[in-house]
Design a protein around this ligand. Structure first.
Ligand SMILES: [Zn+2]
Length: 275
């Protein structure tokens, strides 16, 4: 279980719990956001209880009920939520008015995108996690927001840098103005990999050895640290990058964790909406 601190605010409403990030919370007049926990929904079994993915071992009616619960709690419009359909790649979809409801209330053509971005108010963007790293980037000056799902494969493919490119190209964002939250995800101690994955990281990011420990022929990778360093190197002010330091597997009572639940698990979500 994690509790509110200077980085995260844990909100509790009856059995529901969800998180906000303190640096994004400062911009609450322009952004509604949350990162969900597994607590406070109606799903049962391995998806107990706030599973937000239709691709898990869960009933559609339960997932829909969970969406109503979280939408009402944070004050976003259920009908307008736009869901990603992630494939561990690095592509980012620009969400426009016509996308409202895709993946939730109607069919979606947004498949194969691990990130969503918009500068249109009133459309909640929903991306999914269960150990992978949520990266939320707000430009409070140009009023635009991007969420990306950075699992280890997407981290190798530099999805956070792709997000910066989108922010720069589409909204003319100044890197120094961006506020970033790196949310709950698997920690270095829990993200154990073998030689092959280690080699892929060193090939992709020769500088990242400092974020990897080795013990007894196994490797332990700090994804939150690598992403934060990559963003800093690309010009984001490190004092504007909030690294939550929260591990989904260490806190498996509070979060769905692919490794902690031995792959039988539900899905957390990051939800962001410009006002
Ligand atoms: Zn951990």
């Amino acid at each position: 279980m994690v509790y509110s601190n200077d980085k995260i605010i844990v909100h509790k409403k009856d059995s529901l719990q969800y998180i906000e990030f303190s640096n994004l919370k400062k911009y609450h007049s322009m952004l509604t956001h949350c990162f969900t926990t597994r607590l406070g929904g109606v799903s049962t079994g391995e998806c107990a209880s706030l599973n937000l993915s239709f691709n898990r071992n869960d009933l559609k009616e339960n997932v829909l009920a969970n969406y109503h619960i979280i939408a009402e709690a944070i004050g976003v419009d259920f009908d307008k939520m736009v869901l990603s359909n992630q494939v561990h790649d690095n592509k980012i979809w620009y969400v426009e008015e016509a996308d409202a409801g895709k993946g939730l209330t109607r069919e979606s053509n947004i498949t194969g995108y691990d990130g969503l971005t918009t500068n249109i108010p009133g459309i909640p963007l929903v991306t999914f996690y269960a150990d992978c790293v949520p990266v939320i980037i707000l430009d409070p000056v140009k009023k635009a927001v991007t969420s990306v799902h950075s699992g280890w494969k997407s981290t190798l493919l530099n999805i956070s840098l792709e997000a910066l490119k989108v922010m720069k190209g589409r909204y003319n964002s100044d890197m120094k103005e961006l506020q970033v939250a790196v949310g709950p995800s698997i920690c270095k101690n829990c993200f154990e990999v073998g030689e092959e994955v280690y080699g892929m990281f060193i090939d992709a990011h020769p500088w990242c050895d400092g974020y990897i420990d080795r013990k007894n022929g196994r490797y332990y990778i700090d994804l939150q640290g690598i992403i934060s360093q990559e963003l800093t190197d690309a010009g984001v002010d490190p004092s504007n990058i909030l690294v939550s330091g929260v591990c989904t597997k260490c806190n498996n009572d509070m979060f769905f964790s692919y490794r902690g639940d031995k792959t039988k698990t539900g899905s957390l979500a990051a939800i962001v909406m410009l006002k």
